[in-house]
Design a binder for this molecule. Structure first.
Ligand code: SF4
Ligand code: SF4
Length: 97
């Protein structure tokens, strides 16, 4: 079920296809579950003591901020750049309307 917060969040940050696969936990991950609890849209699940990102992510970066051992990393920088370029353009287009 989609929560109200998720609906609001989705309006502001639209998922880029493939964004769900950019995050991963490094070997430093202790499996504490803080990232799962902090994710505002429930897009992180702890499976066998490790976080996985089974749904599209909205790049709020809260999971990376909360990790006590900085174990969360992400994949291709190009994908991240494309995402923020799109968000910036959508915001600029919205301001024109
Ligand atoms: S917060 Fe960090 S250490 Fe804890 S489960 Fe998530 S990635 Fe692993
Ligand atoms: S960046 Fe992390 S905390 Fe934010 S929506 Fe994506 S998985 Fe959740």
């Amino acid at each position: 079920m989609t929560t109200l917060f998720e609906k609001i969040f989705k309006r502001k940050y639209k998922a880029l296809p493939g964004m769900d696969s950019v995050f991963f936990a490094t070997a430093d991950c202790a499996g504490c579950g803080e990232c799962e609890q902090r994710c505002p849209t429930g897009h992180i699940k702890i499976v066998d003591g490790r976080p996985v990102w089974p749904k599209p992510c909205f790049l709020c970066a809260a999971c990376g901020d909360v990790c006590p051992v900085n174990a969360i990393s992400y994949g291709p920088p190009k994908l991240i750049e494309e995402y923020w370029a799109r968000v910036k353009k959508e915001r600029a287009d919205g301001e024109k309307e």
